[in-house]
Write a protein that binds this ligand. Structure first.
Ligand SMILES: C[S@@+](CC[C@H](N)C(=O)[O-])C[C@H]1O[C@@H](n2cnc3c(N)ncnc32)[C@H](O)[C@@H]1O
Length: 373
């Protein structure tokens, strides 16, 4: 059956959620391409719901953003010196696909960069690709796969197969508002079984609190996917309820770190939500200070009474949303307040010297808001 874009109006607007989604993608790929350029071979970007490439007022869509991040990268020559970068844009609506092809024709591509549009259903394309690799007993090249549907008709079978390839990362638009409605609809059970890959999601029906229900669904999604690390941003609609959740899944520590950095750069208030009502053109004159209290609490509850090397703490930081620079600032303050002591401490607190830290803060009574993710 011929598919026709069911939400053509999507291309007429460009709200803050679309802006944040693209800003995260841009920021992440800006770090991802050069890291993978050390990989001599092929690197793949797949946009499973590529769209038209451009919104009505000229804002770039995800395929052109990915391509421009690569072509405009200050390290482009180094990236493509020994690596072929293949960008595959899958779009089921053939009129959208044709528009995208028209935009792509405006770019001059170096010989080591390939960009192609495939007008087909993404699950068919991905299934064919994975079947072929499995049959030929081949590994997948390092891949970033962006899954950005309008709704929730996704199959965990396909996503989990992708994740089973060690160097394959997923960036999934988890359409929570629709999923939350579907969870409570008997007629949607089959779709929910496919999305979550098991009947477990039924337990989320019992959870009354909407935020907890959403978090529980994200955890179930991670378990079924089998990803080592997931990192997410909640996108809020007009009523401040979660509209969708952008979930990044990777099996690599560096991927997790890179996505944390991207999120802090884009959602700099540190609450990891984006609001539709915010102005996408807003520049922060003064960037808001992040709330580091959850990090202080996490450190004191984990390390109180222990002696530990700085690098061991930094290793564990991966399970939180905080960055090394936040850890540094909290440790500096704790040293100043006398809540930690350091071995062989001479004047400046040099983290690169991997000091031994005795963390012994007073018990905190009212703040147990650890932000583990
Ligand atoms: C939310 S839009 C994509 C936006 C795009 N990723 C961006 O950020 O610019 C969803 C797109 O997926 C396309 N689409 C819907 N179902 C699809 C399917 N099964 N396979 C591939 N594309 C599909 C729609 O036609 C639409 O263009």
């Amino acid at each position: 059956m011929v598919y026709v874009d069911e939400h053509p109006e999507y291309w007429n607007e460009y709200n803050n959620l679309q802006h944040v989604k693209h800003a995260l993608l841009k920021r992440y790929l800006g770090g991802w391409f050069p890291i993978l350029s050390t990989w001599h071979g092929r690197v793949v970007y797949v946009d499973c719901h590529a769209g038209r490439g451009e919104h009505a007022r000229g804002q770039r869509g995800s395929p052109l953003i990915a391509l421009e991040v690569l072509l405009g990268h200050r390290l482009l020559q180094r990236i493509i010196a020994h690596t072929e970068v293949v960008l595959t844009f899958i779009e089921r609506d053939c009129a959208n696909a044709a528009q995208l092809e028209g935009h792509l024709a405006e770019y001059a591509l170096p010989s080591n960069v390939k960009a192609e549009v495939v007008c087909q259903d993404f699950e068919q394309v991905i299934t064919g690709l994975v079947d072929d690799l499995v049959e030929r007993k081949l590994q997948m090249a390092p891949a970033f796969i962006f899954v950005d549907p309008y709704g929730f008709k996704l199959s965990m079978g396909v996503l989990a197969r992708l994740n089973s390839f060690e160097r394959c990362e997923l960036f999934v638009n988890f359409m929570w508002r629709y999923i939350d409605m579907a969870i409570h609809h008997d007629a949607q059970e089959e779709n929910m079984d496919a999305l979550f890959g098991s009947p477990e999601w039924r337990r989320t029906r019992e959870i009354q609190d909407p935020a907890q229900r959403c978090d529980s669904a994200i955890r179930l999604f991670q378990q079924a996917l089998g990803a080592r690390y997931i990192t997410w941003v909640k996108m809020l609609g007009e009523n401040q309820a979660v509209k969708y959740v952008l979930i990044h899944a990777t099996n690599h520590r560096r991927g997790r770190e890179l996505m944390k950095e991207a999120i802090w750069a884009v959602c700099c208030t540190g609450d990891f939500v984006a609001r539709v009502a915010d102005n996408p053109d807003q520049e922060f004159l003064i960037r808001p200070e992040p709330d580091l209290a959850p990090l202080e609490d996490w450190l004191s509850s984990k390390y109180r009474g222990h002696e530990i090397r700085y690098r061991e703490i930094e290793d564990e930081l991966i399970s939180t949303i905080f960055l090394p620079k936040h850890l540094h600032s909290v440790l500096r303050r704790a040293r100043k307040d006398g809540r930690i002591t350091l071995s062989a401490y001479e004047g400046r607190l040099a983290f690169d010297k991997n000091p031994m830290i005795s963390y012994n803060p007073p018990p905190s009574r009212d703040r147990n808001r650890g932000r583990e993710r």
